[in-house]
Design a protein around this ligand. Structure first.
Ligand code: C2O
Length: 345
């Protein structure tokens, strides 16, 4: 069976990694009627938006993006489109606050399985549309943090301006530019030259995208089906670079490396969405790499479902199948060089 959407009526306090409760609620504000949640209909795409590389965007783009995030932060705190409410979506889906509809004993967890890529794609999709609607610009597209290429291997500067709505003080203060990201970061800074770190990163990208991910299960992660307990096994990219970049950005002086270093708080840092746009981009690239590198055809994956508020504040149900083609969702990624393709170890 596919994984059903969450049972919103039983949303409860989420748990921190040590099992204690998250000190605030991550549950979303609910519509009056939960019995009739419509299935989302993809709008017709007239023009495909281009998500730009974060290190290459113009001042004009930064101004637009900042103003959209500022507006989102200024919405009423109980508005489902408010920035904190959007961040709490990640908490609710990842820290056992939700149970699967029809399986009251099964917590939902969208990491560590084949749900990882499609959940985050839908999450960014609505986040991006909400930002676009707040600034009345339906061409607005999120930037991606292009850390798989040398030019993007630092924290993108647009996120590092104190007082900008894109800034978050809860980060590792030693990892601002010119520090080079370590895509395999655990908790200790590498004692290596920038050039060595760059080469390591490209080698890791080759390994995670090619050598270690020749088929869907290795790339996306293991199947999880409705009613099964979560944490089935993650795919290559979810581990490295995804988890590593979360840890690398998070503040090591906080107990769980908040914000980016732990699920419940990660999406409070605006850089989260640029990180995930790049992870999402990896999905689009992986499918072009040949061999058996294609989407699952398993109905249990395709029919698994999630719930989100769209930009009109309508709570909608979305299915994995409707997100596997990013151009049908109305966006693609700016074409930039992909140096790791030639980095066979
Ligand atoms: Cu849902 Cu980057 O984690």
């Amino acid at each position: 069976a596919p994984v059903p959407p969450p049972d919103l009526s039983t949303c409860s306090s989420a748990s921190l990694p040590d099992g204690s409760p998250v000190p605030f609620t991550c549950c979303p504000p609910l519509p009056k009627d939960l019995s009739n949640i419509p299935t989302y209909k993809l709008p017709n795409v007239s023009k495909v938006k281009i998500r730009p590389a974060a290190h290459k965007v113009t001042q004009e783009y930064i101004a637009k993006y900042s103003s959209a995030i500022q507006k989102m932060k200024s919405l009423d705190k109980d508005d489902p489109l408010n920035f904190m409410q959007q961040a709490n979506i990640h908490c609710a889906y990842c820290n056992t606050g939700y149970k699967e509809l029809g399986f009251p004993g099964v917590p939902l967890q969208v990491h560590f399985s084949w749900l990882f890529f499609p959940f985050h794609r839908w999450y960014l999709y609505f986040f991006e549309r909400i930002l676009g609607s707040l600034i009345d610009d339906d061409t607005f597209a999120l930037p991606f943090w292009n850390y798989d290429s040398q030019a993007g291997m630092q924290m993108p500067s647009l996120y590092n301006v104190v007082n900008s709505p894109l800034y978050d003080p809860n980060r590792n203060q030693n990892h601002y530019p010119p520090n080079v990201v370590d895509l395999g970061f655990t908790t200790i800074d590498l004692d290596a030259s920038d050039q060595q770190k760059i080469n390591n990163n490209l080698t890791m990208m080759y390994r995670q995208m090619l050598t270690n991910a020749p088929c869907p299960q290795l790339f996306f992660g293991n199947p999880i089906r409705g009613g099964e307990q979560p944490i089935r096994g993650m795919g290559t990219i979810e581990n490295i670079p995804h988890n590593a970049v979360h840890r690398w950005v998070g503040n090591p002086n906080n107990k769980f490396r908040e914000n980016m270093g732990t699920f419940y708080s990660a999406a409070r840092d605006p850089i989260f969405y640029a990180h995930h746009a790049n992870i999402d981009r990896m999905w689009t690239i992986w499918k072009t790499l040949g061999g058996k590198r294609r989407d699952f055809t398993d109905r249990d994956w395709l029919d698994s479902a999630f719930l989100f508020y769209d930009e009109n504040r309508t709570l909608v149900k979305v299915r994995v199948e409707d997100c596997i083609n990013n151009e049908k969702l109305g966006y693609k990624y700016e074409e930039v060089p992909i140096p790791w393709k030639n980095f066979r170890p």
